[in-house]
Design a protein. Sequence first.
Length: 159
Amino acid sequence: MRLVIAAVFALAAGPALAQQVPRPPTRPPAPPGPPLIACPPHLQVETGDTPVVPQGWTLRPEHQTHYLRGADLFEGDPAELAQLRPEEDRRARREWWDIYDNGRPYFLICRYEGLESGIQGEVPRAAKRCEVRTVRSDGRGVRFGREVTGPERVEVDCR
């Protein structure tokens, strides 16, 4: 009987012990202060292609808003394809690149939902880290004709 009771306690304590596994250390937060460069949270895009309008119809131009979805960091000219791989913390929903002065410029390319192209900016030499943070929101809505939920906002900046 004592053996059965000991086995029951061991099984019950197993999940509790498994939950106490220490988390791997995360990187310290970005340096304090205002960002030196930051991706705009969204872009307004005017329709570039003018469709052929059938007789009896008129064209109604639409301005589309494209929301920030991420970024890429390049060492040197992005045409050279020296894209850097970020470190990440999936639990905190963030990625970052630590920047070291090696004499070459760094370029940040901001990526937007629904666009194949992004916008590019040179990272100031004083920057020590660029970071992408996904901020959760409980909001629901329709974007580009489909229902979206979950992470609504992405922030990208270099400090």
